[in-house]
Ligand binder design. Sequence first.
Ligand code: IFM
Length: 452
Amino acid sequence: MTSSFPEGFRWGVASASYQIEGAVAADGRGPSIWDTFSHTPGRIDGDDDGDVACDHYHRWAEDLDLIRSLGIPAYRFSVAWPRVMPDGRTVNQAGLDFYDRLVDGMLERGIDPLLTLYHWDLPQALDVGEAGGWLDRDIADRFADFAVVVGKQLGDRVPAITTLNEPWCSAYLGYAKGEHAPGRTSSPLAYRAAHHLNLAHGRAAAALRSTLPAGAEVSVTLNLQQVQAASDRPEDLAAAAHADLVANRIFLDPMLRGGYPLELLEQTAHLTDWSFVADGDAEVICQPLDFLGVNFYNPVRICAPAAGLAPYPGTDRACFVDIPGPHTVMGWPIQASGLTDLLLRVQRDHGIPMMVTENGTACADLPDGQGVVHDLDRIDYLHQHLTAVRDAIEAGADVRGYYLWTLLDNFEWAWGYDKRFGIVHVDFDTLSRTPKDSARWYADVIARNAPP
Ligand code: IFM
């Protein structure tokens, strides 16, 4: 029997616009970099795209009914920038109206909204040429303008707004590894992108403070990596510390401490001269935040570079080694204690309230004859990770909520529709939704405020 979570602990599910909405040409929406990327042959498994996805744009009321029927009190969603500003600059009221309806729909059903401004669907019009998108410093101002538009429209009803989701993915998977849009493969570009993401976060957070009503919460969500050294050899310890700088401290330190760590600048000097950092940027990036969103799926184990090992994205000074034991169908190791350690590390280093804004797993879900998925493996994963969150809280971490990734099976980026993370099964031929056993299990967790 697992003990309870603190009173008032916020339970939710999370989603993202491009992964579920579909309706990519509806009501004036412009193309995003993910439309372009997913329509480029060979980029996505099975050449899938987000054109229809879960058709949430038309079925949002049904989806909110599902959330309510499961007794899930909070919903983390993202706003598609190209719906609201198709060219990245000009407001499209019809696009904003969709989110108006969505937020009103949540409130009518007693669901607490947590809004993310950027979950990767950058308007394509802002990424033109070799140095556009997150390589262009001007994007920070464009993003702040977008934040103000959304804040003015929805801030009276949305109590919490998150600037960015997982800037690590935008910078390193988008510009170094090439696995995400816009598909570039240059480590130096990734550092430039990371800095402009930081700057955009800072400008947007400041703009939101002067737009939102008093008491509204402003946050950012990072997919912090729980980095483990492969051994006690000094070179592996150094590689792990380096990976921590490149993956975590490149965002945590400027956002929460007011500047980049000197070691990061020194250890990446052969890749970039950091000349894109201007005087005054440190002050802009470091804004007061009400909580930090932490997304966690698995830890990473790191060793010094060696032939035959996969390099850590964005650097030539660290490589991945596998973690023995069970893995998910994504090939990600399952080790829930990594989440406890990560939450305690943030508590120790930054002392900021936290929400787990994503955690969940893809499983090889097979519906039975009645179309129901008995996903015991997902329930087991969730149970372990909720226990890990509870352990962190008991050890002193100020964790205030947990948003399960995700409600619906959806477009899993470069993996397409094959990888299913939902607690609700989606039949992508009929688009019908069927709760899996994990959905009922999660409803029970919420009702008890504790895993059974
Ligand atoms: O589906 C993604 C989500 O968009 C961002 N965080 C990780 C999830 C699983 O890969």
